[in-house]
Design a protein around this ligand. Structure first.
Ligand SMILES: NC(=O)c1ccc[n+]([C@@H]2O[C@H](COP(=O)([O-])OP(=O)(O)OC[C@H]3O[C@@H](n4cnc5c(N)ncnc54)[C@H](OP(=O)(O)O)[C@@H]3O)[C@@H](O)[C@H]2O)c1
Length: 208
């Protein structure tokens, strides 16, 4: 699949681009095409382009941008129309030394769906710290996907399955994105408070 990673020059975007590039044709998107091309040089098989070109030339568009930048990508509405859009955006703030979910209502994924109304939006990769993706071999990880249609979940799940040791799990409609996103401050706090390396989600199944 041809996948654009918007914000693919950043900490998370570049790591994810690297993982996706083993099975997909990845276009790293940046507001600055020169910066995109420089980032693509570090990701074998990837190319780089401005946001509009990257989104327009891809079949799926993944967003690894800050929450505060969501409104600024409304210009991609038509380029991303009819396509799978993946949001890994987490709205977070620090409160008394703890990472805290920053929204009183709704979620980043629903806000992204609001500015890209012609796209099929799903969450994915929200809870995986970029450091997890740096290594060649990733420990088993569950990737929680919220999406309104089960077909949209399946499309996103296929991308997730292409990354070794990643298991997609359906988390329900996009209204559940809030729950998925709010796990991110929890895993960051757990790692800090317990003095461990980065943590992420992995659920266990009862035997029998
Ligand atoms: N870091 C992680 O471990 C991690 C894990 C899971 C999810 N996430 C989520 O992924 C998103 C990106 O996180 P990150 O840590 O990769 O951030 P980052 O290193 O700051 O990268 C964000 C990228 O977004 C682009 N961008 C677009 N509009 C922007 C704006 N107004 N201000 C700043 N950057 C803008 C920038 O690319 P250009 O300048 O090239 O356009 C930048 O490289 C966040 O929503 C975060 O919650 C992060």
């Amino acid at each position: 699949m041809k996948v654009a990673v918007i914000g693919g020059t950043g900490g998370m975007g570049k790591m994810l681009a690297r993982k996706l590039a083993s099975k997909n044709q990845v276009i790293i998107g940046s507001r600055d095409p020169t910066k995109a091309k420089a980032a693509a040089d570090e990701v074998p098989g990837a190319t780089g382009a401005g946001y509009l070109t990257a989104a327009g030339e891809s079949e799926a568009v993944a967003f690894a941008i800050p929450f505060s930048a969501i409104d600024s990508v409304s210009g991609l509405k038509d380029a991303a129309a009819g396509k799978l859009v993946i949001s890994m955006i987490n709205p977070m703030k620090m409160v008394q030394g703890l990472f805290t979910y920053a929204l009183d209502v709704g979620s980043a994924a629903e806000r992204l769906a609001g500015v890209l109304p012609k796209s099929r939006v799903a969450t994915a990769f929200n809870n995986v710290p970029a450091g997890f993706l740096r290594d060649e071999v990733v420990p088993p990880v569950d990737i929680l996907i919220a999406a309104d249609a089960k077909e949209t979940y399946e499309e996103a799940a296929e991308l997730v399955r292409g990354i070794r040791e990643m298991r997609p799990l359906y988390a329900g409609p996009l209204s559940e994105a809030r729950v998925v996103e709010s796990i991110t401050p929890l895993v960051l706090n757990l790692a800090r408070l317990n003095g461990t390396n980065a943590l992420t989600t992995r659920f266990v199944t009862r035997k029998g």
